[in-house]
Design a protein around this ligand. Structure first.
Ligand SMILES: Cc1ncc(C[n+]2csc(CCOP(=O)(O)OP(=O)(O)O)c2C)c(N)n1
Ligand SMILES: [Mg+2]
Length: 625
């Protein structure tokens, strides 16, 4: 056997740079390089290996959490055919990655985490940043990454590496099982040498499969659709990852079945497609939600059915409603007692299109769909044209950004009141033009995520829309975007606090408690003093961004034009009226309210809640017969 004497870290980097994936005959390198921040737990191991392998690019970020967001966003914008490795030291660098890893796993996005770990040798313990445990020495802070990883391993001897990274690649490239993968790398083992077989470092191509649907179930699904009076498609992220958007468009055109889009699935169809009812669920359009309420058949494609999609299981009120779920993940396909088509979305839709032949939805239903679409066009036009304030409304800001962006450009967002408003209002024109992280809705994802999207699609302009709260949580990757020369356009919405949770709190009888940015008030002892003003433009400028302040709608539209000519990351700060909210439409979300309270408003909200919760369904109608 021919071997090469390498440290474990050198062998790992040598392996990673030779991993490729192939789908539909197209091959791409799976890793775009490694992000990371060095410390004593990796600098002389993985750090040294990266230095020695300059063809596997090392990227310096400002926060390990951000690194994972960048990698996850890059993966999503690459239809999961690419990602990054994320390197950290032991201790806080590693635990910083837990939040990003949870986000990646929940959103089913591949990211490889390589945290340093405490000495396998143990004789020098406790090392700097080591968590000591009295009952075991086989524990480190990296064990906190277990529940947020789809595969987790610790490499205690250099010869374990090949067997572990092969499993890591299997999981990362699996459409059904992908998510964060963690290989914890003890600091000493990273530097230990072993005779690695040369074939370990050979180029390896991982085929991304398109599993075909089972014939019997596909035919049954076609029968169910033919028998349905009011079918509705819910398009989830899987439609986009599978590259099934055009197939879905043909399927919807041929059958006339309308489509509601989840956050991850938005952009599956262009907003002006005749069957597109737009957003569905808590943050949905009235058309999609009314159709869901009365649908006798839901065809869920590539969706996890979160509570935002199902309106906490109140969205589907037809007494006999059934589900057909097309999903590459068996776990999701079986949800709601569905007829489970465990298959690739594109492959299944192609076969279903053929199987259905000349089926079309009833004429009356087609007319209703048309009317819903017309209403939504008018309603969103109205919101875009409000001319509220100043401070202007968030809906107008969204309209202006949408109007300034080109069809191929991308909007990026994650948390606050923006995701709901964008879900409803953003007019997506091309797949992957709408990138809202709403599986984990992680404040701080926005700017890091925007950088990841830009790296995957340098030819598209990226518009990051971020609230003041999220900006304060993590804006550090502005510096990184400038370091790397990737321009990100950031629209910072300053409403002096948490409009989303403030509004939610008000609706639950809690008066927005703790959601405004205000000084501590000496008289009340509460945070209800004078407004706390933050100079966001100053902060962004200090990090090197081109910054513009806008106050009126007109100034904002002009600012959007100005930043088009800037060559580096740009930030527009626009103040908005927190109380000028985009309404909800025909939906509800279960947020439990105190059963007993000293506050009358809470008691009132609780009484309403007890009525609303009665509409929650179990969705257990047998679907497999
Ligand atoms: C890391 C994290 N912490 C807390 C939350 C809960 N949360 C959701 S939205 C929000 C407020 C966001 O504020 P901002 O970015 O200003 O947006 P706005 O609500 O004002 O639109 C909070 C605290 C979260 N989603 N993520
Ligand atoms: Mg805010």
């Amino acid at each position: 056997m021919k071997t090469m004497r390498l440290t474990m870290a050198q062998a790992l980097v040598g392996f990673l740079k030779n991993q490729y994936v192939e789908r539909d005959g197209r091959e791409t390198a799976f890793f775009g390089g490694a992000w990371g921040i060095f410390g004593h737990g990796c600098v002389a191991g993985v750090g040294q290996a990266l230095q020695q392998n300059s063809d596997f690019r090392y990227y310096l970020c400002r926060n390990e959490q951000a690194a994972v967001h960048i990698a996850a966003a890059f993966a999503r914008a690459s239809n999961r055919l690419r990602t990054f490795a994320c390197v950290s030291s032991i201790g806080p660098g590693a635990t910083n990655m837990a939040t990003g890893a949870a986000g990646a796993t929940i959103n089913r996005l591949p990211v490889l985490l390589l945290p340093g770990d405490i000495f396998a040798r143990r004789n020098v313990a406790p090392v700097l940043q080591q968590l000591e445990t009295e009952y075991s020495q086989d524990i480190s802070v990296n064990d906190t990454l277990r529940p947020v990883s789809r595969y987790w391993d610790r490499i205690n001897r250099p010869e374990q590496l090949p067997f572990s990274v092969m499993e890591a690649m299997r999981v990362l490239t699996s459409p059904a099982n992908t998510g964060a993968v963690t290989l914890a790398l003890p600091q000493d083992v990273q530097t230990e040498a072993w005779e690695y077989p040369v074939e370990f470092l050979d180029k390896r191509v991982w085929h991304i499969a398109r599993p075909l649907p089972e014939r019997v179930l596909l035919e049954r699904a076609a029968q169910w659709i033919r028998a349905s009076q009011r079918p509705l498609i819910i398009a989830g992220g899987g439609v986009i990852y599978s590259d099934a958007t055009e197939t879905l468009a043909r399927f919807a055109e041929q059958t006339g079945i309308p489509v509601g889009e989840t956050q991850a699935g938005k952009g599956s169809l262009p907003f002006d497609h005749r069957q597109n009812l737009g957003a569905i669920g808590v943050t949905g359009t009235p058309g999609a939600n009314l159709c869901a309420r009365e649908a006798d058949l839901i065809i869920g494609i590539g969706t996890r059915y979160t509570d935002f999609t199902t309106a906490s299981k109140t969205a589907f009120q037809h007494p006999e409603v059934k589900f057909i779920n097309i999903n590459v993940a068996e776990f999701d396909a079986f949800k709601h007692s569905a007829l489970p088509i465990v298959a690739d979305a594109r492959a299944a839709l192609e076969e279903l299109t053929t199987a259905l032949g000349s089926y079309r939805v009833p004429g009356q239903y087609a007319v209703a769909i048309e009317n819903h679409r017309k209403f939504w066009q008018e309603e969103s036009d109205r919101i875009f044209a409000l001319r509220h304030g100043p401070p202007i409304s968030q809906g107008e800001v969204i309209g202006a950004v949408n109007g300034a962006s080109r069809p191929q450009d991308v909007v990026v967002c994650a948390a606050g009141s923006l995701p709901g408003d964008l879900h409803k209002l953003w007019r997506a024109r091309q797949p992957r033009g709408y990138h809202v992280e709403y599986g984990y809705s992680c404040m701080g994802y926005e700017i890091a995520g925007g950088l990841g999207v830009k790296m995957a699609n340098p030819e598209r302009e990226v518009y990051v829309m971020v609230g003041d709260g999220s900006f304060l949580m993590m804006s550090s990757e502005i510096v990184t975007s400038i370091q790397e020369g990737y321009k990100v356009n950031i629209i910072l919405i300053d409403n002096h606090g948490y409009s989303s949770i403030g509004g939610l709190s008000q609706s639950l009888g809690s008066e927005g408690f703790g959601t405004d940015y205000r000084y501590r008030n000496a008289e009340t002892g509460r945070l209800d003093g004078e407004p706390l003003i933050v100079d966001f433009a100053g902060a962004a400028q200090a990090m090197g961004a081109h910054t513009v302040r806008a106050r009126t709608h007109q100034e904002f539209v002009a600012a959007l034009e100005t930043i088009k000519t800037a060559s580096r990351t740009s930030v527009i700060v626009i103040e908005t009226d927190k109380e000028a909210r985009v309404p909800g439409y025909e939906s509800w979300w279960d947020v439990a309210i105190a059963e007993v309270s000293a506050m009358p408003a809470v008691r009132e909200a609780r009484a309403e809640y007890e009525q609303a919760i009665k509409r929650e369904r179990t969705l257990l109608i047998p679907g497999r017969s």
